[in-house]
Write a protein that binds this ligand. Structure first.
Ligand code: SAM
Ligand code: DTB
Ligand code: SF4
Length: 737
């Protein structure tokens, strides 16, 4: 199988070349038609740049006047004060800009007071109803999340040129470094601003490779700045001849066709472009410029001359996004239109989800032990109904909803787990958020595995604790982060992990994690969502299994979470731990206190399911055997599934979202239900099929599922081509289906 990459196999270079080399006016015409489909005609967004930290940069980008490697006369300055930034943003807004972009001449963001000040700048500008963009160099996942939480709209991080020419321009970082930061930005939910520079001595092929790479980012950047080199004295590119204007027009037109929904920004180098050339760029699909007499350090047309140019061309500055419409003033239609546009944007990115009824053989549910339909559990619930048990709880647990059946299920669950007490929440999400917002204080620090479930991330965010995102399943990285990141006096440090990861199918190294916590005096919280019922003594989970070998685990474990909607075949989630922990949650967890209690019948169902698991270890042993069988069958066809051999989650990475969706459709046509998992659930470029196995299946069922997917295909794909046409049908031809 191809290794998962950051980019999808979409536009080929030949396709990009064919677009670019059309007769100029034909290219512009085509680009204009694409533009008119996706954007309001005649509008150009005005953006204002501000260099918040100028010069002295350790990188050696050959074009850049701010690199410390070159004598360009740019003085290295300190990070600007918040008030200076606020005033500049206010002036930009008054002059008609709707986006404010702050640039720092840094190689990468470093944690500390300067980054905290940048976060304050982002919050300040966001509060002024401007789009806020930053360009600060490389970022890690946690920093991207902090910027997102501060209200950042976009992060600018250019690929600048083709992967092949990159080394001729910059030696102090690699293309891959850029792509990694872009992935963090994307994962944090910040929009991506990524483009390049023309006129640095690159070949035409390099320009097209840049455009191809940008268009094949999955999804493509929302914003694509196309810069012409501003040749600055003192830099290695000082003597580069000016870019031919038509090269700029062609690049913009091609970018517009390749990335219909993106903002294409006619960026640096406009002083060297005639009004006529700029007009052609706008007609070809450029719909934004940087305005104001300075870019970051180099000169640029000022706001007055830009207003005059737009007026001459009959173009309008794009108005600020309308504030959320007031129903009385605007009626329902604008709101419906806005929702339709949002859904259409999801559709374009291959991210629109639709609710569907279950269909075909189940290779996707979390009902690993087939207990959702179990006759014995069903009988227990039916008897309770017959005996007159209420169907609804009629109130929250603290009001009138504390039915005996719920308390009995909690007692049964606690006994199974070997802890003092347990508490049932109405969902796993409610349990994660309730637990974390109760335990974590605002001044605490929480170390979170980068693949944690959304409920754990949201709980941490809402607690206000400082988050440190740690590389997935890397106990050494966790130990290093714990050494590096102290907590303020009187505050606590927490580590939050899952024991079996739902999108990777791999196990957390719980023993090593517990040792790291013990060495650092940190507390551990483990989400056993996919492990409850499948591991350890009586199927109690991976914590119970690991605790037998690792005394440190018992010492550092503060709480564990056990969603009941997976192997237990029910719904809701238990938090298990000490009696005091549970009492604290009853008093403080808002998602518990302010929710109507689950139906008492759920208590009966959970208790019956726990009994079944405790009495029948062969059920979960069987599931783990089927996981091995499915992995082996997939491998025989050339796939390399992720995860641990016996984990019941078997992911197969396909790369682009479209590919995973095509595979999902192909399997559905063959009677097998598997779901494509796409961004934002997983990182861009790592869309996958997530198979799960169930106790009622056989090895023959696993073989059939693998055959339905067919053989792994190893060539380059084209956009929109169904998987079967890409060689997956090869398995059938060989008689394997
Ligand atoms: N240090 C950060 C980084 O490299 O991402 C942020 C600032 S950097 C100045 C932002 C972008 O400006 C660069 O990626 C490059 O594309 C563009 N740029 C810098 N100098 C330029 C020049 N002389 N002409 C055209 N574009 C330039
Ligand atoms: C981008 O692609 N162009 C803008 C913005 N992103 C940050 C910056 C251009 C900088 C030009 C050189 C300077 O003024 O220092
Ligand atoms: Fe530094 Fe950015 Fe300039 Fe490169 S482009 S020298 S990283 S400021």
């Amino acid at each position: 199988m191809r290794t998962p990459s950051w980019t999808r196999a979409g536009w080929t270079l030949e396709q990009v070349e064919a677009l670019y080399h059309q007769p100029l006016l034909q290219l512009v015409e085509q680009a204009h038609a694409v533009h008119a489909q996706a954007h309001p005609e005649g509008e150009v967004q005005l953006c204002q740049l501000l260099s918040i930290k100028t010069g002295g940069c350790p990188e050696d980008c050959a074009y850049c006047p701010q690199s410390a490697h070159y004598e360009t006369g740019v003085e290295a300055g300190r990070l600007l004060e918040l008030e200076t930034v606020r005033a500049a943003a206010a002036r930009a807004k008054a002059a008609g800009s709707t986006r404010f972009c702050m640039g720092a001449a840094w190689r990468q963001v470093k944690p500390g007071p300067e980054f905290e000040r940048v976060l304050a700048m982002v919050r300040t500008v966001a509060a002024m109803d401007l789009e806020v963009c930053c360009t600060l160099g490389m970022l890690n996942a946690g920093q991207a999340e902090q910027l997102a939480a501060a209200g950042l709209t976009a992060y600018n991080h250019n690929l600048d040129t083709s992967p092949e020419f990159y080394g001729a321009i910059i030696s102090t970082r690699r293309y891959d470094d850029r792509l990694r930061t872009l992935a963090h930005v994307r994962a944090a939910g910040i929009t991506v601003c990524c483009g390049g520079i023309l006129g640095m001595g690159e070949s035409e092929r390099d320009r097209l490779r840049l455009l191809q790479t940008l268009a094949n980012l999955d999804p493509p950047p929302e914003s694509v700045p196309i810069n012409a080199l501003v040749a600055v004295a003192g830099t290695p590119l000082a003597e580069q001849p000016p870019l031919e204007a038509f090269a700029m027009v062609r690049a913009i037109a091609t970018a517009r066709i390749l990335m219909p929904a993106s903002k294409v920004r006619l960026s640096a180098g406009r002083l060297a472009l005639s009004p006529e050339a700029q007009a052609l760029c706008f007609y070809a699909g450029a719909n934004s410029v940087f305005t104001g007499e300075k870019l970051l350090t180099t000169p640029n047309p000022d706001a007055d001359s830009d207003r005059a140019l737009l007026a001459t061309l009959g173009l309008k500055p794009e108005p600020a996004a309308a504030p959320a419409a007031e129903p009385a003033a605007a009626g329902a239609a604008p709101l419906e239109d806005a929702w339709a546009a949002e859904l259409a944007a999801l559709e374009r990115r291959g991210q629109r989800r639709r609710l569907r009824a279950p269909q075909g053989e189940d290779f996707c549910s979390n009902d690993y032990l087939d207990l959702a339909q179990d006759p014995e559990v069903r009988r227990a619930v039916a008897q309770a109904v017959e005996a007159g048990m209420a169907l609804g709880a009629t109130g929250s647990r603290l009001v009138r909803g504390n039915h005996a059946a719920l308390a009995a299920a909690e007692a049964e669950f606690a006994a199974w787990q070997g802890v003092e007490a347990a508490l049932l929440f109405s969902s796993g999400y409610a349990a994660g958020v309730g637990l974390l917002t109760t335990l974590l204080g605002r001044h605490d620090v929480v170390f979170s595995d980068e693949r944690n479930h959304a409920s754990l991330i949201d709980g941490q965010r809402w607690s206000g604790a400082r988050r440190v995102v740690v590389a997935h399943n890397d106990a050494a990285a966790l130990a290093a982060a714990l050494r590096r990141e102290p907590a303020p006096r009187g505050a606590r440090r927490w580590v939050v992990v899952e024991s079996l990861y739902s999108m990777e199918g791999d196990y957390a190294p719980l023993e090593a994690i517990a040792e790291a916590c013990a060495a650092a005096g940190a507390w551990l919280i483990v989400d056993e969502a996919h492990a409850t019922g499948l591991f350890g003594p009586e199927g109690a989970g991976r914590v119970a299994e690991a605790a037998a070998q690792c005394p440190a685990l018992g010492r550092v474990l503060a709480a564990r979470l056990h969603p009941c909607g997976k192997a237990l075949g029910a719904s809701g989630a238990m938090v298990a731990g000490s009696r005091r922990l549970i009492e604290l949650l009853v008093n403080r967890a808002r998602s518990f206190v302010f929710s109507t209690a689950p139906s008492p019948l759920l208590g009966v169902q959970i208790a019956a399911a726990v009994g079944r698991i405790r009495r029948e270890p062969e059920r979960w042993a069987r599931v783990r055997g089927l996981a091995r069988a499915l992995r082996a069958a997939l491998r025989e066809r050339g796939w390399e599934p992720l995860g641990a051999e016996d984990a019941p989650i078997v992911p197969v990475v396909l790369g682009a979202a479209e590919r995973a969706l095509a595979a999902e459709r192909q399997l559905a046509e063959r009677g097998i239900e598997v779901r494509a998992i796409r961004p934002p659930t997983v990182e861009a470029g790592s869309s996958r099929l997530r198979f799960t196995v169930h106790a009622g299946q056989t090895e023959a069922d696993c073989l059939r599922a693998a055959a339905a997917l067919g053989a792994a295909w190893t060539g380059a794909a084209s956009p929109g081509v169904p998987l079967a046409a890409l060689g997956l049908a090869a398995g059938e031809a060989a008689g394997e289906a």
